[in-house]
Design a protein around this ligand. Structure first.
Ligand code: G3P
Length: 233
């Protein structure tokens, strides 16, 4: 399962990549709005930072098929020809997906709330389909189940498309999708941080360290303050 960062802040992206080899970055117009900068420049600097093997996804905002295609061409020219173009699964968007696919462009179908929307987008040519897990949960639906159903449908129909589940509020939602073997998830930095954080791990590490330096004190007769003792190795 690929794990991507759903954020456009270059410092956050750099921070996360310094800790872990993520698989790429996804953005949407609202995420770019948070940066209050020229969105093309923001996307260019993200692309410049990312390793070549990492994906970058950016969304079109036009309503008509023709304008979506024009916008996609503009972003591919300005940012990267391997950019994943995110297209909302409106009727106009489905047509754009079909036409962009014929040009060999990477497409992520987005704003997905039903399994059938994902199925039709994949038939039209989307490489990834992005169901909004937490937004579905907030509507009283089961977002994880919708994402798992989409994955099952793709495999049952021998389709090449994958789920790129988006919109998460906790690591449990991601765990359930990981167990099901879905293709990819994208999550905000706070949710990604929560994937590895556990207070008990921190406490265990502290206890081990304390025990070790107690032992060092015992066998050497030297006494270390916590801060100094941590410099030993
Ligand atoms: O790209 C879609 C995703 O970012 C939505 O997430 O947290 O706004 O529901 P959220």
């Amino acid at each position: 399962m690929l794990v991507l960062i759903d954020n456009a802040n270059i410092y956050e992206i750099e921070r996360l990549y310094s800790m872990y080899p993520y698989d790429g970055v996804t953005t949407n117009p609202s995420i770019l709005m948070n940066e209050r900068k020229n969105p093309i420049k923001v996307l260019q600097s993200i692309r410049d930072f990312l390793p070549k093997s990492s994906q970058l996804h950016a969304q079109v905002v036009s309503e008509s098929t023709e304008q979506m295609i024009e916008e996609a061409h503009f972003m591919l020219r300005e940012i990267d020809e391997q950019l994943f173009i995110k297209v909302p699964v409106t009727a106009q968007g489905m047509r754009a997906i079909h036409l962009l696919k014929q040009e060999g462009i990477n497409i992520t179908a987005t704003a997905i709330y039903t399994a059938m929307q994902a199925f039709m987008a994949a038939k039209a040519g989307a490489r990834y389909t992005a169901p909004y897990v937490n937004r579905l949960d907030n509507m009283g639906a089961d977002g994880v189940q919708v994402a798992m159903d989409i994955h099952t449908m793709f495999r049952a129909n021998n389709m090449e498309a994958d789920v790129l589940a988006a919109s998460f509020k906790n690591s449990q939602q991601i765990l359930n999708l990981c167990k099901h073997g879905i293709g990819a998830v994208t999550a905000s930095p706070d949710v990604l941080d929560a994937l590895i954080h556990h207070d008990a791990t921190f406490t265990a590490e502290e206890n081990f360290t304390q025990d070790f330096y107690s032992l060092v004190s015992e066998v050497t007769g030297l006494h270390f303050k916590e801060k100094e003792s941590r410099k030993i190795n």
